[in-house]
Design a protein around this ligand. Sequence first.
Ligand code: IYR
Length: 224
Amino acid sequence: MTDYQPIPLEGFREYPQDEMRARAEAFYGEIKRRHTVRQISGRPVSREVIEACLRAAGTAPSGANHQPWHFAVISDPAIKGKVRAAAEEEERTFYAGRASEDWLEALKPLGTDENKPYLEAAPYLIAIFGQRRGGIEPGENVKNYYVTESVGIATGFLIAALHHAGLATLTHTPAPMNFLTEICGRPSTEKPFLLLVVGYPAEGATIPVHATIKKPLEQITSWL
Ligand code: IYR
C-alpha cells in the first residue's frame, strides 16, 4: 500500500444558497418518484447506460477505499432462466412455511409471492457481491473492511443512478442467495448481497399503495 499522498480537491462545487436549496429540493423531487417495480418489460436497454450507472456505483465510499464489490451483469436468457428457477425454489419454501407468520403478514401489503417472472423478463439482472477479501489492486488478497456497509452504499448509488437514467429497479433478496455464487461463477470469498432487476416498467405497471407511504421527516430525524 502506498503512503498518504495529498492532492488538491478539484471536483467539489459550492453553490449560492438559493441554488443549493433549489438543488436539494430538485434531487428530492426526483428521487421520491423512485419506486420498486415488480412488473418489468422485456424492452431492451442499452448496455452503455448500464455501464455508466455501474461506474457511478463504483464511485461510492468504501472501507479503506477497497471497493469490496462485484457486479455480475446477467443478460443471457439461459442464465436468467437458471436464476429464476433457483430463486423460485427458495421462495416456494419461504412462502410455504420458512417465513414466520409475522413476516408473511408484513409482506401482505406488497402482494408478493413465489412467482418471479421478472427474473426472466427483465433485460438485466445485476447480482451484487460483497468481497470479504481483495484490496484495490487486481489480484490483491488483503482483508476488506465494512463490506456490507460499503456494498450497501454502492448499491444505493446504483439504484439512484438507474432511476436518474430513467430505468426501473427491483431489489430482490431471495434467501438464501448462495445459488448466485455458483451461477455467476464467483469465488467463495464473495457473498451475494442482492439481486437488482433492471428494465423499463411493463405497460400498465402498478405499485402497492403501501409503497407510497414514506415516513415524514419528523419521524425519521432528531436534531440535537
Ligand atoms: N424474498 C421474498 C420475500 C420478500 C421479503 C421482503 I423483507 C420484501 O420486502 C419483499 C419480498 C420475495 O422476493 O418475494
